[in-house]
Design a protein around this ligand. Structure first.
Ligand SMILES: Nc1nc2c(ncn2[C@@H]2O[C@H](COP(=O)(O)OP(=O)(O)OP(=O)(O)O)[C@@H](O)[C@H]2O)c(=O)[nH]1
Ligand SMILES: [Zn+2]
Length: 199
């Protein structure tokens, strides 16, 4: 688990970001005092506060509604839009997450929106896609004790699109399977066919 998980409510240091952004503007040869840029450090600080808000959140903050519904079949929320930040280049990667689980024998489930909120908790951090995918799966395993979890993330990384290798359109697909989705080929295949069904 990352160290940031133990920092509930942590706020970003906006003033420090502002100073750093001003420095970057100088370093790229810009004039940070010209009209268009004068408020940029402040804007970036506010944007970063939002973009990295997940560093101050834990899964417990969002998985608040857990109830026993006696439902023991698969629950799958598809196409949860996500925006994250590549920790290598600090540029966005974005796409969708699909989150499915099969409740445990106690039938404990959570609110559907909470699954999407959980994705945001981990997306709003400097990330790599593989870790994001695994963290969402592990948080659901820990909090709901389901029979299994499957998380699939499909994303485009702007660090591969706008710079570097420059391959727009390349989609990175990552999956994390836990419990019955790992042990049963059939259950995993059923989930994958629901996830990939693009009707
Ligand atoms: N596995 C993984 N790699 C990522 C992710 N986001 C970005 N990367 C990769 O991280 C790597 C960083 O490679 P480096 O060689 O250290 O950095 P770089 O010289 O900027 O690499 P290029 O992007 O190839 O120009 C690149 O291959 C990126 O495509 C991610 O979520 N998961
Ligand atoms: Zn990157």
């Amino acid at each position: 688990m990352s160290g940031a998980d133990s920092l509930p409510g942590r706020q970003v240091d906006r003033e420090r970001i502002e100073r750093a952004v001003r420095e970057i503007l100088v370093a790229i040869g810009e004039d940070p005092d010209r009209d268009g840029l004068v408020k940029t450090p402040e804007r970036v600080a506010r944007a970063y506060e939002e973009q990295f808000a997940g560093l101050g959140q834990k899964p417990d903050d969002v998985l608040t509604t857990v109830f026993e519904a006696g439902h023991e079949e698969m629950v799958l929320v598809k196409d949860i839009e996500l925006y994250s930040t590549c920790e290598h280049h600090l540029v966005p990667f974005y796409g969708v997450a699909h989150v499915g689980y099969i409740p445990g024998s106690d039938g404990r489930i959570t609110g559907l929106s909470k699954l999407a909120r959980l994705v945001d908790v981990y997306a709003r951090r400097p990330q790599v896609q593989e870790r994001l995918t695994g963290q969402v799966a592990d948080a659901i395993m820990d909090h709901l004790q389901p029979r299994g979890v499957i998380v699939v993330v499909e994303a485009e990384h702007l660090c591969m699109t706008m710079r570097g290798v420059r391959k727009p359109g390349a989609q990175t697909v990552t999956s994390a399977v836990r419990g019955v989705f790992r042990s049963s080929d059939r259950t995993r295949a059923e989930a994958m066919s629901l996830i990939l069904d693009r009707r």
